[in-house]
Design a protein. Structure first.
Length: 265
């Protein structure tokens, strides 16, 4: 398969960084994470970083020794050490621990698939997933990224932004990623939904990322001036979903959001 990514300038990634090796190491991990197969060769990574193969090889050796990447033949993949680091990060987030405690006790959410996510540019990253019975498994898992326009939680979080920030992220004629026939297709369609979300106080996704699945979401009040932008979502099968069920889901999501956020903020 031909690599369509353009090579970086000859001076290489990290040339202006105070710690180029760290910047390049982070770029290696990002490249592996973003690879369609999860595997890249030395040549692939040298081209991605824009530095000689010899320098890339030394960098990969250091990352391999730290167990941040793993070598399989001529290809490299992310290492298991990253799982340990990610778990350590999540275990120290009070919001994640409270999320699980609340979901276990909530009358409705305890039987549903509920997730907490963080806004990351034009994507969300899922931090935790509570699986009720039966769980809806055709949806995102912990660590997955999803474009904000394709998920209820993403739209709920973007709705909190100022209009000028939303305009900078999504022009009216911007083409959005599409997963199903019901996916939003332009920036103007997304902004129309954002107006509805602000009026209702919650976001609703109707088979926009997965056919047969609906999702409701709310944002969490920010904890402190620099707190993460967190959102909560609950997923259900459309065939069994009802407005009454949705109203109860939103009620409990809002209760959870208040317990996670700053009620005075």
């Amino acid at each position: 398969m031909v690599d369509s990514r353009a090579p970086r300038p000859n001076d290489g990634l990290g040339s202006t960084s105070p710690a180029p090796a760290v910047t390049r190491a982070a770029a290696v991990l990002e490249a592996l994470a973003g690879s369609a197969t999860g595997r890249l060769t030395l040549s692939d990574l040298a081209r991605e970083l824009g530095i000689p193969k010899s320098s890339t090889s030394n960098l990969l050796l250091a990352l391999e020794e730290a167990r941040l990447i793993s070598r399989q033949g001529a290809e490299y993949t992310l290492g298991r050490k990253l799982v340990e680091l990610g778990a350590a990060y999540l275990s120290r987030l009070d919001e994640v621990q409270e999320f699980y405690r609340f979901c276990e006790q909530a009358p409705t959410l305890s039987g549903e698939t509920v997730r907490i996510a963080m806004l990351d540019g034009t994507n969300v990253i899922y931090l935790a997933r509570y699986e009720g019975h039966p769980a809806v498994r055709l949806t995102s898992n912990i660590g997955d990224k999803m474009p904000v326009s394709l998920c209820a939680v993403g739209k709920a979080l973007v709705a909190r932004l100022h209009d000028h920030d939303i305009d900078a992220m999504f022009a009216d004629d911007a083409e959005l990623p599409v997963l199903t026939p019901k996916s939003l297709r332009t920036g103007s369609e997304l902004k129309a939904q954002i107006r509805e979300i602000r009026e209702k106080g919650y976001a609703f996704e109707d088979e926009e990322s997965t056919t047969g699945v609906v999702c409701l979401a709310v944002s969490v009040p920010t904890r402190g001036a620099h707190g993460p932008s967190l959102g909560l979502s609950v997923t259900a099968l459309k065939a069994t979903y009802s407005d009454e069920q949705g109203a109860q889901m939103v009620k409990e999501l809002n209760e959870l959001a208040r317990s996670l956020g700053n009620p005075m903020g």
